[in-house]
Design a protein around this ligand. Sequence first.
Ligand code: ZN
Length: 376
Amino acid sequence: MPLAPGDKTAIALWLAAARYLDGEACLIEEDKVLNAHQAAFAAVNAEALTAKTAITSEKEVAAYLLRVGQDIRQRDATNERFTEFCDELRRLASVLADGNGDGSTCGTGAPIKTCQSGILEVARLVELRVRDLLYAAGISVPEDLLISYVTALTKNGHSCLPFKVSGSADIAAPVRIVDIVIVDGQLSARDVLDIAYILHHELTCHAFQACQSTQKLANAPAKCHWTEGWMDTLAFDATTGWIDVGPAAWVPLQGEMGKGEIWDFHDFRYRAPPYLLPSDLTRRRGAREAFRRLQQIFEEDMAFPAEEARKHAERFSWIANTHAEANSLRLRLLATRLSTLLRNKSRPDVGIKAARDCLAFTAHRNLSRLERELPE
Ligand SMILES: [Zn+2]
């Protein structure tokens, strides 16, 4: 459901507070300053809750944001984070134009100026990043491929537990869609990183899947271990990299603090995700392990430097996932075979042969040939 003016104001306030005021994000040691941040954080939450019902039209949004920003700044004009928060709300007041923040943000044909509410701003940054990774892997994304984002608030956070955000993608629709669902309420710096993970996951694993195909596609089911295990491991690596290279405004927890959160979010999907049969969970774990094994064989048995080994494994994965003949069933079968072959402990030569076939595929790019040449 599109965001109403009150909801979009509330999300803007919760995201800005999470990024600039959450005490954990500010590395504050002094109790007095920490208390001031916590008080400001709570005050913004109260303002967001009020906004949900008090704001009923677009034209009230900007003035509300400007006033909240000023109120926080006036609490302590010497506090740099308060000033940054105020500046951010001033910027948001000018970009939360008419509209609900849903729509496309990259690619030919995407509107140049759209309402930046919800997650559209960070979605654009992550999508540009994923498109760069695809380009670096030698994959040309069709010019007319657009991804449309939809942000929704939910009161029932079951689909997100134990976190506060979740996502899904639909590639069966004429315009590919990424849905982000946020639990209705205050957000933390950790939640902001979880949003970055969700976006990397939806874009890496789903949104560009079989993007070179002209066939009508089906969405990968939740049990698909290629999409949710193998490709998700690429998404994890990309999000971990985001902690190092992403814009500071969207990486509120830096270094190991940020990477630890990304790991927790990622690993939960392999420990106790709801609605997954034990056998599907085992396949998901196996696919993650097999992707790591491919990197390891490239490095240890084929003598590539570590960085090059990682790039080869990623390149193979991007090419397979976006392939013109790919679909989720075929990719799932590929993941099953690779999981068995690459993790064969008693016959390591089988894994090495499979890794060589994967490497050859990055040059010939013939999916049928790869399937034929992989050891039985
Ligand atoms: Zn997924």
